[in-house]
Design a binder for this molecule. Structure first.
Ligand SMILES: C[S@@+](CC[C@H](N)C(=O)[O-])C[C@H]1O[C@@H](n2cnc3c(N)ncnc32)[C@H](O)[C@@H]1O
Length: 181
């Protein structure tokens, strides 16, 4: 079963803050590719919680221009790592749940989140989903990957939701895609 590769910096970050990092290993290549496949290159993309950059690398490989991609990561060590790994990438250090405060008014074609949202109370998740949908261009999508087979966000009628499972991940991961109906 293909799985994420062990990375010492990731393991260290996990030990330092298990609740925030949420996983001892980064996303594996199959998952990272499947997440990136949800994004159509050609427009601004925001990645929240990039960690060591597994999904970032897949987004760039998918054809997202480096200049179109902004990432927001909380852990300073990951930010340093990302700046070395992807020179020229816009790496913002801060709380991605409050991303509009870091970015100002912007519209994204896609927002991709690997944030550990299940640890948040339901109300905070609802606020975050609305915030993400509110920062999308009219044809934009919000992608969240999560182990939960149920939507990690409460959804309403004016939101379209799609899910698919990446079986080649241990345990299988759900990729959730939200857009305004
Ligand atoms: C499960 S890891 C996913 C890492 C990476 N996206 C991957 O797929 O390998 C969660 C990441 O979100 C970051 N994170 C958690 N809470 C955050 C927050 N409030 N703001 C920014 N980053 C956060 C963690 O530091 C960690 O890098």
């Amino acid at each position: 079963m293909p799985q994420a590769v062990f990375e010492l910096p990731f393991w260290r970050a996990f030990l330092a803050n298990p609740l925030r990092v949420a996983s001892p290993v980064p996303s594996g290549p199959a998952l990272a590719r499947a997440v990136a496949a949800e994004v159509v290159p050609g427009g601004s993309v925001l990645e929240l919680g990039p960690g060591s950059g597994a999904v970032t690398a897949a987004l760039l490989a998918r054809g997202v221009a480096r200049g179109d991609l902004t990432v927001i990561e909380y852990a300073p060590d990951f930010c340093t790592h990302l700046r070395h790994r992807f020179p020229g990438l816009k790496v913002l250090e801060g709380d991605a749940f409050a991303f509009p405060g870091l970015l100002g008014q912007r519209q994204f074609k896609a927002i991709v989140s690997g944030l550990p949202v299940l640890a948040c109370p339901q109300e905070a998740r609802q606020t975050f989903l609305q915030r993400a949908l509110g920062a999308l261009a009219p044809d934009g999508v919000f992608i969240q990957f999560s182990y939960s087979p149920l939507s990690p966000f409460p959804t309403e009628r004016d939101i379209t939701v799609r899910r698919h499972t990446v079986w080649r991940n241990l345990p299988p991961m759900q990729i959730w895609r939200y857009a305004r109906a």
